[in-house]
Design a protein around this ligand. Structure first.
Ligand SMILES: [Zn+2]
Length: 199
Protein backbone atom coordinates (compact mmCIF):
# COMPACT_ATOMS: atom_id res chain seq x y z
CA UNK A 1 0.00 0.00 0.00
CA UNK A 2 2.85 2.37 0.83
CA UNK A 3 4.49 1.66 -2.56
CA UNK A 4 1.20 2.35 -4.33
CA UNK A 5 0.84 5.61 -2.42
CA UNK A 6 4.36 6.69 -3.41
CA UNK A 7 3.63 5.78 -7.06
CA UNK A 8 0.43 7.81 -7.03
CA UNK A 9 1.88 10.83 -5.22
CA UNK A 10 5.10 11.01 -7.23
CA UNK A 11 3.63 9.84 -10.54
CA UNK A 12 6.55 7.43 -10.86
CA UNK A 13 6.41 3.66 -10.65
CA UNK A 14 8.64 1.30 -8.72
CA UNK A 15 9.90 1.10 -5.17
CA UNK A 16 13.20 2.71 -6.21
CA UNK A 17 11.43 5.97 -7.00
CA UNK A 18 11.81 8.08 -3.86
CA UNK A 19 9.77 11.22 -3.47
CA UNK A 20 11.82 14.39 -3.83
CA UNK A 21 11.40 16.72 -0.92
CA UNK A 22 12.84 20.19 -0.86
CA UNK A 23 14.06 21.46 2.49
CA UNK A 24 15.82 24.81 2.52
CA UNK A 25 18.76 25.14 4.88
CA UNK A 26 20.42 28.53 5.06
CA UNK A 27 23.91 28.53 6.54
CA UNK A 28 27.12 30.45 6.08
CA UNK A 29 29.93 29.01 3.96
CA UNK A 30 32.09 28.86 7.10
CA UNK A 31 29.47 26.82 8.96
CA UNK A 32 29.09 24.48 5.97
CA UNK A 33 32.83 23.74 5.93
CA UNK A 34 32.98 23.37 9.74
CA UNK A 35 35.07 26.53 10.17
CA UNK A 36 32.26 28.07 12.20
CA UNK A 37 29.43 26.90 14.44
CA UNK A 38 27.06 29.72 13.58
CA UNK A 39 23.55 28.14 13.64
CA UNK A 40 21.86 27.21 10.36
CA UNK A 41 18.25 28.12 9.54
CA UNK A 42 15.76 25.51 8.34
CA UNK A 43 13.00 27.33 6.49
CA UNK A 44 9.65 26.89 8.20
CA UNK A 45 11.29 25.44 11.31
CA UNK A 46 13.93 27.75 12.72
CA UNK A 47 17.57 27.67 13.80
CA UNK A 48 19.40 24.35 14.14
CA UNK A 49 22.96 23.68 15.34
CA UNK A 50 25.55 23.91 12.55
CA UNK A 51 26.87 20.41 13.34
CA UNK A 52 23.36 18.93 12.95
CA UNK A 53 22.91 20.68 9.59
CA UNK A 54 26.29 19.40 8.31
CA UNK A 55 25.34 15.83 9.31
CA UNK A 56 21.91 16.07 7.67
CA UNK A 57 23.38 17.49 4.46
CA UNK A 58 25.96 14.69 4.28
CA UNK A 59 23.18 12.12 3.80
CA UNK A 60 21.08 14.08 1.32
CA UNK A 61 21.28 14.80 -2.36
CA UNK A 62 22.16 18.45 -2.02
CA UNK A 63 21.74 21.28 -4.46
CA UNK A 64 23.60 24.29 -3.19
CA UNK A 65 22.32 27.70 -4.18
CA UNK A 66 24.40 30.62 -3.14
CA UNK A 67 22.79 33.45 -1.23
CA UNK A 68 24.56 36.74 -0.81
CA UNK A 69 24.55 38.76 2.38
CA UNK A 70 25.52 42.30 3.25
CA UNK A 71 28.12 42.91 6.02
CA UNK A 72 25.32 42.79 8.63
CA UNK A 73 24.42 39.27 7.50
CA UNK A 74 21.11 40.19 5.83
CA UNK A 75 20.20 38.38 2.62
CA UNK A 76 20.47 40.79 -0.30
CA UNK A 77 20.43 38.60 -3.42
CA UNK A 78 20.06 35.04 -4.60
CA UNK A 79 21.80 33.24 -7.40
CA UNK A 80 19.19 32.00 -9.84
CA UNK A 81 20.29 29.82 -12.74
CA UNK A 82 17.41 27.49 -13.47
CA UNK A 83 14.39 29.70 -12.86
CA UNK A 84 13.26 32.85 -14.52
CA UNK A 85 13.77 35.98 -12.48
CA UNK A 86 10.28 36.50 -10.99
CA UNK A 87 10.19 32.94 -9.61
CA UNK A 88 13.76 33.26 -8.35
CA UNK A 89 12.90 36.58 -6.73
CA UNK A 90 9.80 35.12 -5.06
CA UNK A 91 11.89 32.22 -3.76
CA UNK A 92 14.50 34.66 -2.49
CA UNK A 93 11.84 36.66 -0.62
CA UNK A 94 10.37 33.50 0.93
CA UNK A 95 13.85 32.45 2.08
CA UNK A 96 14.75 35.95 3.32
CA UNK A 97 11.49 36.13 5.28
CA UNK A 98 12.14 32.61 6.68
CA UNK A 99 8.86 31.27 5.26
CA UNK A 100 6.83 33.25 7.80
CA UNK A 101 4.44 36.16 7.18
CA UNK A 102 6.19 39.54 7.54
CA UNK A 103 3.46 41.11 9.70
CA UNK A 104 4.98 41.58 13.16
CA UNK A 105 3.58 38.93 15.47
CA UNK A 106 1.87 36.91 12.73
CA UNK A 107 3.49 33.48 12.44
CA UNK A 108 1.37 32.05 9.60
CA UNK A 109 3.23 30.55 6.63
CA UNK A 110 3.84 32.70 3.53
CA UNK A 111 1.23 32.17 0.82
CA UNK A 112 1.89 35.23 -1.32
CA UNK A 113 4.90 37.32 -2.26
CA UNK A 114 3.52 40.75 -2.97
CA UNK A 115 4.48 44.40 -3.29
CA UNK A 116 4.62 46.49 -0.12
CA UNK A 117 4.02 49.69 -2.08
CA UNK A 118 1.49 48.73 -4.76
CA UNK A 119 2.74 48.31 -8.30
CA UNK A 120 -0.09 50.61 -9.44
CA UNK A 121 1.29 53.31 -7.09
CA UNK A 122 4.78 53.05 -8.56
CA UNK A 123 6.13 50.32 -6.28
CA UNK A 124 9.05 48.43 -7.82
CA UNK A 125 9.18 44.67 -8.29
CA UNK A 126 12.37 44.39 -6.28
CA UNK A 127 13.61 42.59 -3.19
CA UNK A 128 13.29 45.83 -1.20
CA UNK A 129 9.62 46.31 -2.09
CA UNK A 130 8.46 42.70 -1.93
CA UNK A 131 7.30 40.89 1.17
CA UNK A 132 6.07 37.42 2.04
CA UNK A 133 2.57 37.49 3.52
CA UNK A 134 0.09 34.90 4.74
CA UNK A 135 -3.31 34.62 3.09
CA UNK A 136 -5.14 36.80 5.62
CA UNK A 137 -2.51 39.54 5.87
CA UNK A 138 -2.20 39.70 2.10
CA UNK A 139 -5.94 40.29 1.74
CA UNK A 140 -6.09 42.64 4.73
CA UNK A 141 -3.40 44.73 3.04
CA UNK A 142 -5.98 45.72 0.44
CA UNK A 143 -8.44 46.82 3.13
CA UNK A 144 -9.30 50.47 3.55
CA UNK A 145 -6.70 52.39 5.54
CA UNK A 146 -4.03 49.70 5.53
CA UNK A 147 -0.74 50.93 4.05
CA UNK A 148 2.73 49.51 3.60
CA UNK A 149 5.94 50.83 2.16
CA UNK A 150 9.52 49.62 1.97
CA UNK A 151 11.99 50.98 4.48
CA UNK A 152 15.79 50.94 4.31
CA UNK A 153 17.63 47.61 4.89
CA UNK A 154 14.74 45.44 3.65
CA UNK A 155 12.35 46.57 6.38
CA UNK A 156 8.63 46.83 5.67
CA UNK A 157 6.78 49.73 7.30
CA UNK A 158 3.10 48.95 7.90
CA UNK A 159 0.60 51.64 8.86
CA UNK A 160 -2.63 50.22 10.26
CA UNK A 161 -6.03 51.95 9.99
CA UNK A 162 -5.62 53.22 13.57
CA UNK A 163 -2.50 55.11 12.48
CA UNK A 164 -0.04 52.87 14.32
CA UNK A 165 3.25 52.37 12.51
CA UNK A 166 5.07 49.05 12.70
CA UNK A 167 8.51 48.40 11.26
CA UNK A 168 9.35 44.83 10.40
CA UNK A 169 13.02 44.17 9.57
CA UNK A 170 13.83 40.97 7.69
CA UNK A 171 14.07 38.13 10.20
CA UNK A 172 17.52 37.37 11.52
CA UNK A 173 18.24 34.39 13.71
CA UNK A 174 20.61 36.41 15.81
CA UNK A 175 18.41 39.41 16.48
CA UNK A 176 15.46 39.65 18.88
CA UNK A 177 12.01 39.65 17.30
CA UNK A 178 10.46 43.07 16.62
CA UNK A 179 7.49 44.02 18.81
CA UNK A 180 4.31 42.38 17.48
CA UNK A 181 1.14 44.15 16.40
CA UNK A 182 -1.26 44.46 19.33
CA UNK A 183 -4.11 41.99 19.76
CA UNK A 184 -6.49 44.83 18.89
CA UNK A 185 -4.73 45.40 15.54
CA UNK A 186 -4.99 41.72 14.67
CA UNK A 187 -8.70 41.76 15.62
CA UNK A 188 -9.15 44.85 13.46
CA UNK A 189 -7.41 43.07 10.59
CA UNK A 190 -9.81 40.15 10.86
CA UNK A 191 -12.90 42.36 11.20
CA UNK A 192 -11.89 44.40 8.12
CA UNK A 193 -11.13 41.27 6.19
CA UNK A 194 -14.42 39.56 7.08
CA UNK A 195 -16.25 42.77 6.15
CA UNK A 196 -14.43 42.90 2.81
CA UNK A 197 -15.07 39.22 2.05
CA UNK A 198 -18.78 39.64 2.93
CA UNK A 199 -19.12 42.72 0.73
ZN1 LIG B 1 0.05 37.22 8.37
Amino acid sequence: MADTLVDRVTGREGVEAKPRIEVKVVMSAEALTADSDRPAMVEGYGPVPAAWAREALADAEVFVRRLFTDPAGRLVAMESRSRKAPDGLAEFITTRDAGICRTNGCDAPIRNVDHAQRHADGGATSAANLQGLCERCNQAKEALGWQARPGPDGSIITITPTGHVYTSPPPDTWRPDPPPLSRAEFMLRDVLLDYRLAA
